[in-house]
Design a binder for this molecule. Structure first.
Ligand code: HEM
Length: 178
């Protein structure tokens, strides 16, 4: 499947790298991420919005009602789909990330805030996973690695919405570089 998300920008490399990441990750690590309870995922969502609502810059883009009624639910589903991406249609998931990027860009949300949000989510997810005492350190490491890289891939797809289309001079397009 060919997916073109913005003008001439294709995200096939992201798609094939995400597929490879899914394939090389131990099934037990996928199972661990899929087994996170609703309460555990909600905990990550709540920590995220508590942080953002208390941040001087971030809170300007949010209001409490919108967070309670709409954004917390969107973030819950986002976490489930990205952490559980072994069970997802990755092309559709990547297109969804681009859509989220467009939504953020439309409201003028600075991309560094989005990156900070992802760092916050990872920072809270890691101790949650490392305290899964019933799992081997190898499986936990694998789940940590997968979750970080899957979130990074999603974020990268979101940032495409912020990049201006590349306009190459004719000389470069025709293979002449000077
Ligand atoms: C890892 C970081 C983030 C993720 C994964 C994320 C995820 C999402 C998702 C899934 C949506 C719903 C998109 C849709 O309508 O289909 C959304 C919308 C939104 N996000 Fe984020 N978000 C992130 C960071 C942030 C931050 C840092 C803020 C503000 C400080 C923010 C503010 C908003 C707002 C206001 C909307 C709704 C915009 C609208 O409907 O007009 N997001 N986000």
């Amino acid at each position: 499947m060919t997916i073109s998300v913005k003008n001439d920008y294709h995200i096939e490399p992201l798609l094939s790298e995400w597929r490879t990441l899914v394939e090389i990750t131990q099934p037990e690590a996928h199972a661990l991420l899929l087994s996170l309870s609703d309460d555990e995922v909600r905990y990550l969502v709540d920590r995220f919005y508590d942080y953002m609502l208390n941040d001087e810059q971030a809170h300007r883009y949010l209001n409490t009602r919108q967070v309670t009624e709409q954004l917390s639910i969107s973030m819950f589903h986002w976490l489930r789909s990205v952490l559980g991406s072994s069970q997802q249609d990755l092309a559709a998931l990547l297109a969804q990330q681009h859509h989220v990027g467009v939504v953020h860009a439309r409201i003028g949300l600075p991309i560094d805030l989005v990156a900070r949000g992802a760092r916050k989510l990872k920072n809270d997810l890691y101790p949650l996973l490392t305290h899964k005492g019933e799992q081997s350190p190898f499986v936990i490491n694998s789940a940590l690695c997968f979750s970080g890289l899957a979130m990074d891939t999603a974020l990268e797809a979101m940032t495409i919405a912020y990049s201006p289309p590349i306009k190459m001079p004719c000389a470069i397009r025709n293979g002449i570089v000077y």
